[in-house]
Write a protein that binds this ligand. Sequence first.
Ligand SMILES: CC(C)(COP(=O)(O)OP(=O)(O)OC[C@H]1O[C@@H](n2cnc3c(N)ncnc32)[C@H](O)[C@@H]1OP(=O)(O)O)[C@@H](O)C(=O)NCCC(=O)NCCS
Length: 267
Amino acid sequence: MTWGYEDDVGGVAFAKLHGFVVVKRNRGLRLVLDGCPRPTVDLPEDIAITTLADSPELVRGVWETASEAMPDIPYYTVPMSAGSLKEFAARSFAGPKYIPEATFVAVRDGEVVGYAQLAWMSRAAGLADHAMLAVRRAWRGRGIAKALKARQITWALDNGLSELRTGNDERNASARAVNANFAYTPLPEQIGYRGPSPCGRVNGRCHGVIPVRESSRLAGAQLLSRALGPARPLYGPRCDWAGPNVNPRFVSTRGRTSPERVQLASL
Ligand SMILES: CC(C)(COP(=O)(O)OP(=O)(O)OC[C@H]1O[C@@H](n2cnc3c(N)ncnc32)[C@H](O)[C@@H]1OP(=O)(O)O)[C@@H](O)C(=O)NCCC(=O)NCCS
């Protein structure tokens, strides 16, 4: 699956022309930070928040949390999966989008119970994306996600960012309830597309492989429409929306996939 925006006329036209099918719609939100009220970070007494910059040894606990939480995100055909620790770390904790000091981890007695990651959409524009928010099942409903999100917003305010973006599947009631605590305003709807693309065949079934960041045709459309239209960030795959939606079942048999390059689409 790959993503575009409903107001991206070039991207929408390109997707239609090349036979991409709309399979998902997310409601996007933006938080403009100029004048944004500073939220309080109210944590349950036994919980502390740190970052991966300060506590890199928590990567495994973050991965365990993601492994538990991602399948709970509403999906259409393929549940989200964190993949292996190696895949997850390469995808989430590397590259120019990664902000270790804005990858917040909720900890109880040294155990990770939740995390919330900001990732750059445009560092130059001070624009970041809520890349993932997750709380382990046993710890939900205690305000941990709300506190993590408040911590992300205070970090963005303290570091001079201009805007945060997020969005959730309309069926994700808990994530939307978390966001309702803050002054987000709606963005144009985000559209999830599938296939067609050159095929990787797995277990006799054809799975389209869309190298989103480097050369997918839709990313090409995004680039083209960005080049032709007013300046706007290039929207890549985002966790809050779609997640690093790599399911081990869909790893190409043709050796074309790598964590940096691809999201995979089932045709
Ligand atoms: C979304 C998630 C992080 C929320 O974590 P949490 O710690 O339980 O959330 P909180 O306790 O901070 O609750 C915040 C608000 O959401 C509400 N809420 C929590 N679960 C809810 C549910 N299932 N349905 C409706 N509202 C819910 C709470 O009542 C609270 O509302 P309030 O602020 O008005 O009091 C957690 O459910 C999760 O990990 N889900 C799977 C991963 C996911 O969907 N992540 C978001 C998209 S990437």
